[in-house]
Ligand binder design. Structure first.
Ligand SMILES: Cc1cc2nc3c(=O)[nH]c(=O)nc-3n(C[C@H](O)[C@H](O)[C@H](O)COP(=O)(O)OP(=O)(O)OC[C@H]3O[C@@H](n4cnc5c(N)ncnc54)[C@H](O)[C@@H]3O)c2cc1C
Length: 399
């Protein structure tokens, strides 16, 4: 009997993780097409911060899986470490606190651990952090961060060992359909047939799905993060999602500090061609001074530091703020994983696992109906795609 063949489009963390899990589930042949090189999309630009303290039942359950797998992969993959030494901290001002407090029963219901910390307790545990006295923290002891380049390199080595056919420098131009079934893809190297096709090309998803007559309400937004030169004194703290300051901060490899921020006034960016590359995005030089101004008192170590690098990429949001993951009711054999808001890195061990379950078994071990690509109506999707949305009006969903 010939083996089943799955094609994955996109060599970021979502595509690689799907390939890894398909092989681990014993699926037959797996081919991954990447138009540039592995990590050319947002994955290599991510801050790599991960928390399980999300906003919805499905998100919380999926992240539980993701965080467990980050820890497992930290043991399994040579050269990759999941930094869980201090957990992951969310910081809340008095204005933002009620929104988070309302979510605590959700975490209790699903046995997701957390600790509410006063500003004084945060200062006591991590003297490098100095939150305003009226702020509260929620510590996720299972959260943490990864260095994305380390993770990408280690996962790539592993999928190659598992026998995935990884083809870089090959653009998938179109999905090929026969009636209501996908039968393969048309690439820059010719047509390749498959039993299943997984679309994991993130910011470039709309033109690819359009080739099969499918539209999803997805928007992409510019996002940026910066890393200091090595510091003389180590920055000892958990990664902090600091919404009151419009950004996040974490220790980084080699005694450095990483800080990131969104650009609320920037309109969504419409990616129309596969030839578009993220290094074409123009950075706003005002972002770093502004974020430093906001973070200054909270992280005193940032005063006067020298900056070594900056990474700019795209975040992908759906109309309702939740990921889009699963099969399409109207096109058999076609699967998608996209719109992970600012948390696609964190989702990847789970998103890849669930996509692999869909492809290999036709169903997932948890109910992912809330992430279904079929949950949006055609008219609302068309209106949303025709609109221009500033980032501040997209759901605020961090990591
Ligand atoms: C500055 C920044 C900081 C971030 N920080 C975090 C964080 O701390 N935590 C977190 O969880 N998330 C974070 N994110 C979000 C995270 O990076 C993304 O959600 C995640 O990387 C998406 O992974 P992906 O594999 O789905 O997409 P990508 O990594 O973008 O991969 C898609 C790939 O598809 C390829 N491709 C596109 N079209 C085609 C085609 N037609 N044929 C073949 N290949 C194609 C692209 O070249 C690309 O490599 C951050 C993002 C940015 C920009």
């Amino acid at each position: 009997m010939t083996e089943r063949h799955a094609i994955i489009i996109g060599g970021g963390v979502t595509g690689l993780s799907t390939a890894y899990h398909l092989k681990r589930l014993g699926y037959g042949e797996v081919t991954l097409f990447e138009k540039d090189g592995i990590g050319a999309g947002s994955s290599s630009r991510a801050a790599g911060i991960s928390t399980g303290l999300l906003w919805t039942e499905t998100g919380v359950l999926a992240r539980k899986t993701a965080l467990r797998r980050f820890r497992e992969m930290s043991r399994e993959l040579d050269g990759y470490t999941f930094h869980n030494e201090h957990g992951c901290l969310g910081l809340f001002s008095p204005e933002l606190w009620p929104g988070r407090e309302a979510l605590l029963p959700l975490y209790d219901a699903f046995d997701v651990p957390y600790q509410v910390l006063s500003a004084a307790e945060i200062r006591r545990r991590w003297p490098a952090l100095n939150p305003p006295s009226d702020h509260l923290g929620v510590l996720d002891p299972l959260g943490g961060y990864s260095e994305p380049p380390e993770y990408l390199a280690a996962l790539t080595r592993r999928v190659l060992q598992l026998g995935v056919r990884l083809i870089e420098g090959a653009t998938v131009d179109e999905l090929v359909l026969a009636g209501d079934r996908v039968t393969g893809v048309a690439t820059s190297r010719g047509v390749v047939t498959a039993d299943a096709v997984v679309v994991a090309n993130y910011a470039w998803i709309l033109p690819l799905l359009a080739s099969a007559g499918i539209a999803l309400p997805a928007k992409t937004f510019v996002h940026q993060r910066y890393v200091t030169r090595p510091m003389t004194v180590p920055f000892v703290a958990p990664p902090v999602n600091a919404d009151p300051f419009g950004g996040y901060v974490r220790p980084a490899e080699g005694n450095r500090i990483l800080i990131g921020a969104e650009t609320p006034d920037r309109d969504d960016m419409k990616v129309k061609q596969f030839g578009f590359r993220l290094d074409e995005i123009t950075d706003d030089p005002a972002v770093l001074p502004a974020v430093l101004e906001r973070f200054g008192d909270f992280v005193p170590a940032l005063e006067g530091v020298e900056w070594e690098s900056r990474k700019v990429g795209l975040l992908s949001f759906s109309m309702d703020g939740e990921p889009i993951l699963g099969p399409f009711g109207k096109v058999a054999g076609l699967f998608v994983g996209v719109c992970f808001h600012s948390g696609g890195f964190s989702y990847n061990p789970a998103s890849g696992y669930y996509l692999a379950e869909f492809v290999a078994n036709g169903r997932t071990s948890i109910d992912l109906g809330a992430f279904s690509p079929d949950r949006f109506g055609a008219a609302e999707t068309a209106d949303y795609l025709a609109s221009t949305v500033p980032q501040r009006n997209a759901a605020r969903r961090r990591h």
